[in-house]
Design a protein around this ligand. Structure first.
Ligand SMILES: Nc1ncnc2c1ncn2[C@@H]1O[C@H](COP(=O)(O)OP(=O)(O)OP(=O)(O)O)[C@@H](O)[C@H]1O
Ligand SMILES: [Mg+2]
Length: 512
């Protein structure tokens, strides 16, 4: 076996399941990986952290054969490793749950789980659908998921799709499972179940590479970590020998002190009122939001939070109830009408709504607000560019230039583009559904501070978030959903006085 200088003998350490040495990848002019090292021990849960655009997903895509490296060496299970596609990777023992879910809408749940591993009638190439469905049902039950294996993927919620992806990966008998932000659309209950699955994998000697921007999660389940910064490996070690602050500062390259800097903003007049709204997934929802106010919305996935907001934004039909914006009754029949009335919404599924992957960053950011920039038949291009450049800089969007197409951005940077787009639209009511999903700690603080700036200018903001520390840190009031209803309202004073905390709010999400 050829293992020259750069790798050395230690890469063949039998305790290592994976070692990547000096791996490089360029995309045109962008260096995504500048010679990274990553070593994973057998049975280890290894956190891979770094800012948006650091190169984490790129290395993982190389490991599953979606991207070919420009150089470097990889050893897996003691042997040199190179794969041309994900099927070869699965056959070699590496499975991956992707950051951007890529499910085939017309496959059934069972077909998705066992894609290319379906049951056939013995001795024939003919698919045995019944057996595949039953096998899927057994594995779903084992993971405590109540899903019909025959329904199509397109009928599932984002969280359900993610659970199917997780099951698919862990059911392949892989020796290494890569999880690229697996909890970004899961609620606390589903996350707990995922953590049990991970512990189970570890007890069977399976290694996991766990990518997440949620530092708390990393400290609760990972054994070791590696940090990437700008395509280079900057640190690695054992989790119990480091601290959250140390990890964050090594990741960002500077000290980040305040994570949820809620600005003190004077709250104005009532801006939006919802009266007894009912629709698919929610009943009898009433609340108001005032100018300058940030209204947080907590609850489990599926509790009706997103459904309510989508109905307000004209995406889904409203069955009952009334809405008023600045005292005038509104009833937007579609998204365009809602936008005209002064409502904007950042949706939780950025790929489906909100981001045009094959348009430039500039076009994406200015799409929503084009009408405002229309002067006669021409777009004021200089002003458009200046504003885009400013907001891109503020959110630290990592890109070669504004004309780069959105698909070439890392996941977190795509999210920043979507948030930028709606902030530039200057709506009266801004609805944010998981605005910082997949965004690194530095940019998260930046998005929060922009929310403060816009609230101070008189905008009313509604923010749905499954990260309780974020809702608690940023909101003036919090609506807690349970089974399609607002079960409770918590005020900022109650949080500051300690009367309400993460546990009490969590309990309320469960209807207690
Ligand atoms: N297909 C592509 N074409 C051009 N550039 C790309 C492509 N994919 C990734 N890049 C660039 O490579 C760099 C690394 O991206 P990568 O997706 O690996 O980051 P990441 O660490 O996973 O970030 P995040 O936390 O946001 O998911 C980024 O600058 C990104 O813009
Ligand atoms: Mg990524």
């Amino acid at each position: 076996m050829e293992t020259n200088d750069s790798a050395g003998k230690e890469t063949l350490d039998p305790d290592l399941i994976l070692s990547c040495e000096n791996v490089r990848k360029n995309y045109g002019g962008t260096a995504a990986l500048r010679g990274v090292r990553l070593r994973i021990r057998r049975g280890d849960i290894h956190a891979l952290v770094g800012e948006n655009g650091a190169g984490k997903s790129t290395l993982m895509n190389i490991l599953v054969g979606l991207v070919q490296p420009d150089g470097g060496e990889i050893f897996f299970d003691g042997k040199p490793y190179a794969v041309a596609n994900p099927f070869q990777a699965i056959n070699s023992g590496i499975a991956m749950i992707h950051q951007e879910l890529n499910t085939e809408p017309y496959l059934s749940v069972a077909e998705s789980i066992f894609l290319n591993r379906e049951d056939t009638f013995p001795g024939t190439p003919f698919l045995n659908k019944k057996e595949t469905n039953e096998r899927a049902k057994r594995i779903l039950t084992k993971f405590g998921i109540d899903l019909n294996p025959k329904i199509h993927m397109e009928q599932l919620t984002l969280a359900q799709m993610q659970m199917v992806e997780i099951i698919k990966a862990v059911s392949t008998d892989a020796k290494l499972v890569i999880m690229d932000e697996p909890t970004s659309s899961l609620d606390s209950e589903e996350t707990k179940r995922l953590f049990e699955t991970i512990a189970d994998l570890r007890s069977h000697g399976v290694s996991v590479i766990y990518i997440s921007h949620r530092i708390e999660e990393i400290f609760s389940i990972c054994d070791s970590y590696s940090i990437f910064r700008d395509g280079e490996s900057v640190a690695t070690g054992a989790i119990k020998e480091t601290t959250k602050d140390e990890l964050i500062s090594k990741m960002v390259g500077r000290k980040v002190d305040k994570i949820f800097p809620k600005a003190d903003i004077e709250i104005g007049e009532t801006l939006f009122v919802a009266e007894n709204l009912s629709g698919r997934g929610f009943q009898d929802i009433s609340f108001d939001v005032r100018a300058g106010e940030i209204l947080g919305v907590a609850g489990l996935v599926g509790s009706g939070r997103s459904e309510t907001m989508q109905a307000i934004f004209g995406m889904d039909p409203l069955e009952k109830g009334k809405m008023y914006l600045e005292g005038k009754e509104i009833r937007p029949k579609d998204v365009k009408a809602a936008q005209r009335a002064g409502i904007a919404m950042v949706n939780e599924n950025r790929k489906e709504y909100g981001l045009c992957l094959f348009r430039s960053i500039r076009e994406n950011i200015s799409l929503a607000s084009l009408s405002e920039r229309y002067r006669g038949p021409f777009i004021n291009q200089t002003r458009e560019k200046d504003e885009c450049r400013q907001i891109a800089k503020r959110l630290n969007i990592k890109m070669s230039n504004l004309e780069t197409e959105a698909f070439a951005l890392s996941g977190g940077n795509q999210q920043k583009v979507v948030v930028a787009k709606w902030l530039m639209d200057r709506p009266k009511l801004l609805i944010l559904d998981e605005p910082t999903r997949g965004v690194d700690v530095g940019a998260k603080a930046e998005i929060h501070s922009l929310m403060g700036t816009f609230a101070a200018s008189g905008m009313a903001i509604i923010m749905i978030s499954s990260e309780l520390p974020e809702v608690m840190g940023m909101s003036d009031r919090i609506l807690v959903y349970h089974e399609g209803r607002v079960h409770h309202t918590v005020t900022r004073e109650q949080i500051l006085s300690g009367e309400e905390n993460e546990e009490t709010i969590l309990a309320k999400q469960f209807g207690r």
